[in-house]
Ligand binder design. Structure first.
Ligand SMILES: [Zn+2]
Length: 174
């Protein structure tokens, strides 16, 4: 098993004008099974409404079927607190583990049969492995249903609807 760290290949991760995280895996598809490459991710990705900064490490391993992507990433998502309605930045850990299947044979350029599972992630005909959709799905799944800016957020104090977290307002607990 060979391990390469190819940070030099990191810059062209972003397609011009698009909020995507993609890696050209042509060389790795030609490499023996077990070949590992590591990438640093530090990109703004279009998730739900608005871009969020995604940072971390992605490790790609050549499998007998395609490329296994394993990553420990962190997404910075702007959420609205369900109690006080303040917008705050929430750090969401993303532990990604997905196998990507090539759609084209890297050596001959001929089309390959689609993977059995239609929901599988694929590598396009230009040998681009696009992590954007996986990052988006993992982020949406991990988002809290009722976001809180902090565990003990006291929220708005009815009926005057003043933000009780602010020191100028005395919040009386009943
Ligand atoms: Zn709050």
């Amino acid at each position: 098993m060979s391990v390469e760290s190819v940070n030099a290949e990191l810059k062209p991760l972003l397609r011009e004008g698009e909020k995507t995280v993609w890696i050209n895996v042509a060389q790795q598809l030609k490499a023996p099974v077990g070949t590992v490459r590591s990438y640093t991710v530090n990109e703004k990705v279009d998730v739900a409404e608005g871009n969020c900064l995604v940072q971390g490490e992605i490790e790609l391993t050549r499998t007998n079927r395609g490329i296994l992507a394993e990553g420990n990433l962190q997404a910075q998502v702007k959420l609205t607190c369900s109690r006080c309605l303040d917008v705050f930045t929430c750090l969401i850990p993303l532990n990604i583990e997905e196998e990507f299947f090539p759609t084209t044979d890297v050596l001959t350029g001929t089309s390959l049969p689609s993977p059995d599972d239609p929901d599988s992630f694929t590598i396009d005909e230009n040998n681009i492995l696009d992590l954007t959709e996986a990052i988006r799905q993992y982020t949406l799944l991990a988002m809290p249903m009722k976001p809180l800016c902090r565990e003990d957020c006291v929220g708005l104090c009815p009926p005057e609807k003043v933000d009780s977290n602010r020191s100028s307002h005395k919040h009386v607990l009943s």
